[in-house]
Design a protein around this ligand. Structure first.
Ligand SMILES: Nc1ncnc2c1ncn2[C@@H]1O[C@H](COP(=O)(O)OP(=O)(O)OP(=O)(O)O)[C@@H](O)[C@H]1O
Ligand SMILES: [Mg+2]
Length: 377
């Protein structure tokens, strides 16, 4: 029941936000894995809108705050209790603040000074709050979303490295790319989904995901992935690898599996990079582990795409006609290879959606080449 509801919410969110499928899935997986997610990107790319849209559909106490350079601890944790001070105790009135929230969105999360931000560390990692600076108090926080236009001052390995590392999933957003999606975005009447999820339902999803099994094969794949990323010079904290298990389980649960499968490893492409310039390579390596067939399909498609781009740049003439004939020949061969990959993926029970999409794109590209450069239609 809760599984279906969360999938429905996912579809609704994807209908409200264009080209945000990965982030939507990431947010829902983070809620089920009880984690922390960061969205980085240019202004006006729906970072706040998407984080708040999800938070409002999950019933529970919601805390949201935009940080600035001058934000003080009370903005996040509440004012000092005067009553407690009278008794020589240092306590905060946390009502309506982060320590009592089930869901939290912290906007411009790296803007604030590091002294305040460092108080977030135990909240994010251990889900505890140090009320009087010595006794940790468990907090109900289910999901924390951080948003930012920019990287932390001093870089991701600087003063705020520990905070950066506590964001389990990290996404960068760009503006809408596709023309049709852009038109749809302009016509959207609402950014508000209708399905709501109660706190009990979310907790039941978390418990079900916790039961998902991780086989020795998956552990071995993670060890190989760890080695591969290390050999590329990536320094990834052990915490992130430990936490990755929760995210793999949550992802598998979303896919309706009782055991983590190869495909679930794809979620780690947003978990295992540290520097933004590692994003592309991390994705490539992780996807190679998650679904080697999709990676092959992408490579075949990219080769064909390059050829089609070259044709576009070539002036009209016999040279272009010869190139088009060769491209047509190569595209047909590429189609055959993709057909083969699709068959293999089906027989091995692997993900086929991306291969099918690439096949359709390739067919369209080939038709274009034949019509434009060979038939002159
Ligand atoms: N991909 C998208 N799909 C649908 N709506 C979008 C999309 N991108 C932007 N919007 C619209 O733009 C509005 C502005 O987005 P929002 O304020 O969330 O941006 P932001 O990324 O948080 O920017 P900032 O960094 O300035 O805070 C959203 O409320 C939404 O209506
Ligand atoms: Mg914003």
């Amino acid at each position: 029941m809760i599984h279906k509801k969360l999938l429905k919410l996912e579809t609704e969110l994807n209908g409200c936000f264009m080209e945000r499928e990965e982030i939507v899935r990431g947010l829902l997986v983070t809620a089920v894995a009880k984690g922390n997610l960061l969205i980085l990107g240019a202004p006006g790319a729906a970072k706040t809108a998407i984080a708040e849209a999800l938070s409002k559909q999950l019933s529970g106490k919601f805390f949201s705050r935009l940080l600035t350079k001058v934000s003080a601890p009370e903005e996040l944790f509440g004012p000092l209790s005067l009553k407690a001070l009278e008794n020589d105790q240092y306590k905060r009135v946390t009502v309506g603040k982060l320590p009592e929230a089930d869901l939290a969105v912290i906007d411009e999360v790296f803007k604030c000074n590091s002294a305040v931000l460092n108080t977030l560390l135990p909240i994010m990692n251990e889900r505890v709050y140090f009320d009087d600076s010595s006794t940790p108090k468990p907090i109900p926080l289910q999901v924390l979303v951080g948003l930012s236009n920019e990287l932390p001052d001093g870089g991701v390995n600087g003063e705020l490295a520990a905070l950066w590392d506590r964001f389990d999933l990290k996404y960068t957003v760009a503006y809408v790319k596709d023309e049709r999606n852009f038109a749809t975005m302009l016509k959207l009447s609402t950014n508000k989904p209708s399905t709501t999820i109660s706190l009990q339902e979310l907790q039941s999803a978390q418990q079900q995901a916790e039961q998902v099994n991780i086989s020795d094969d998956t552990i071995n794949a993670l060890v190989r992935l760890w080695k591969e990323l290390k050999s590329q010079g990536f320094l990834i904290s052990d915490r992130r690898f430990r936490n990755s298990l929760r995210f793999l389980k949550a992802h598998a649960w979303f896919e309706g599996r009782v055991q983590v499968a190869e495909d679930d490893i794809s979620i780690l492409s947003n978990m295992l990079w540290t520097e933004p310039d590692q994003i592309k390579l991390t994705k490539k390596i992780v996807m190679g582990f998650a679904n080697p067939l999709t990676v092959k399909a992408n490579e075949i498609f990219d080769g064909a795409f390059e050829l089609s781009a070259k044709l576009k740049e070539t002036p009209d003439g016999s040279e272009r006609t010869a190139m088009a004939a060769e491209a047509n020949h190569k595209f047909k061969a590429a189609q055959k290879m993709l057909d083969g990959l699709l068959k293999q993926a089906k027989s091995e029970g692997k993900a086929t959606a991306k291969i099918i999409e690439r096949l359709a794109q390739l067919k369209e590209m080939n038709e274009n080449v034949v019509n434009t450069y060979l038939l002159g239609i």
